[in-house]
Design a protein around this ligand. Sequence first.
Ligand SMILES: Cc1cc2nc3c(=O)[nH]c(=O)nc-3n(C[C@H](O)[C@H](O)[C@H](O)COP(=O)(O)OP(=O)(O)OC[C@H]3O[C@@H](n4cnc5c(N)ncnc54)[C@H](O)[C@@H]3O)c2cc1C
Length: 485
Amino acid sequence: MPSSDHTSSSGTTIIFWFRRDLRTSDNSGFAAATADATRVVPVFVFDRNFLDDLTDQHDRRVSFIHESVKELRARLRGHGSNLIVLHGDPLQAIPELAEAFDADAVYTNRDYEPYAKLRDDAVARALAKQGRNLRSFKDQVIFEGKEVEKADGEPYRVFTPYKKAWLRRIEEEEFYGSPPDMPHVADLSRLAPASHMQGYGDPWSLKDLGFKESELWLTPGEAAALERLADFIPRMARYKEERDFPQRNVTSGLSVHLRFGTISVRECVRAARAVRSEGAATWLSELIWREFYQMILDRYPFIVNHAFQQQYDRIAWPGSDAHFEAWCEGRTGYPIVDAAMRHFNATGWMHNRLRMIVAMFLTKDLLVDWRRGAEYFAAGLLDFELASNNGGWQWSASTGVDAAPYFRIFNPVLQSRKFDAEGAYIRTWVPELRAFDSRDIHWPADADMLAQREAGCILGEDYPFPIVDHAEQKERAIALFASQD
Ligand SMILES: Cc1cc2nc3c(=O)[nH]c(=O)nc-3n(C[C@H](O)[C@H](O)[C@H](O)COP(=O)(O)OP(=O)(O)OC[C@H]3O[C@@H](n4cnc5c(N)ncnc54)[C@H](O)[C@@H]3O)c2cc1C
């Protein structure tokens, strides 16, 4: 509790509650708070409801958030203010803080995940009992669930018409003088001085939170996110042609920053719209996919645990635990799948093309329920985002909205030959295959004994035989789906 008198004697005090928007620049709710208040008290809560469920003490997301919160706090301190950092249940922590600061209101940015919606409703009710408002703002997306819908008020269920409507709407709003990707600039002179927040101590250490530091493949925080975007802009022109090749450094790597809001989606959309190239248009499309999936989750929350195409919820997936474990550990005998899974296990990252390949492999070759794969990704992805992860899994499993048709099944070996032609990616992550030539590396099962000896890798000893036959499993998968049609 604060030791000095922090309650306001005059003017308006607003608490700004940071969540998945860990930045000061172009933050709509934060900017609104500084416009409406004489004093803004910034707060972040390490939410026990999330943290207590995480079983891995080295969870990379906690390290990322922790570092980003520290950076945010330093930034606010640079303006003579501070960031109150709490560890607890926001349902208690936020109303208590509002009371302690005699705040007029609490402002925050909206979150569309089912847990977040319930939490925010409960916090709003608790604040209302104190006679205070929780005001929330659109920040995470350009257009929310109901802002881009069909003329009859129904949500779009196919991406291309959604995207066309999304693009039309942004142009219309721009024409009428309110571009939705306009930056929101905060007036930092309205921040409450640090002296008003005394007694709230230093940020919780990872140890205090029950976690340990983990190595991250990218730098957390707002400054690093802006740098990453600046670094990506010159590559945008190549994005359309080269984005599917995992070994080339062409995609932005901004998903983690978008997830935790260390960058604003408006900033990304402005960057894409400022560059007039096919690459930029394709990149913008990916940002629109993100919004499409957020809209779908917002409008159809049942998809968290159920197939969007409900007839496929009846499928009894026959895949075995042993196959699921082999997939998790990267020992399926399909080198591109194993490389992607080992890379993922080591870093929490996977390239989009590989996410599609491994997800389709788990569901269509190993016939394992997509929910098990989605859960495995959810536990390990640094950029884990419920809407996109669910969307990507249900796309690959052919159970989702505008999903891959169930009879169009990737051949993992052909995918590997196409997108990792020289096998450079496989060599990086499956070192036992390193010495195979670029013909055999995608399918070492065909390498004769001489080639295996020369490569120093004997199948069945140094690297597994393929655990399933793709052609056979493909037929089984199609039959499984056809039986529900
Ligand atoms: C099975 C599966 C699971 C996935 N899980 C997630 C997840 O948990 N979190 C996540 O952010 N993305 C997820 N994706 C989408 C995509 O793989 C990642 O967004 C992308 O690989 C991130 O890399 P990037 O930032 O370099 O993307 P870029 O290619 O630079 O794209 C820019 C941004 O657009 C968004 N985006 C790109 N592709 C997609 C897509 N297919 N769907 C939705 N948004 C997209 C991301 O925010 C991304 O940062 C998943 C895809 C699949 C197939």
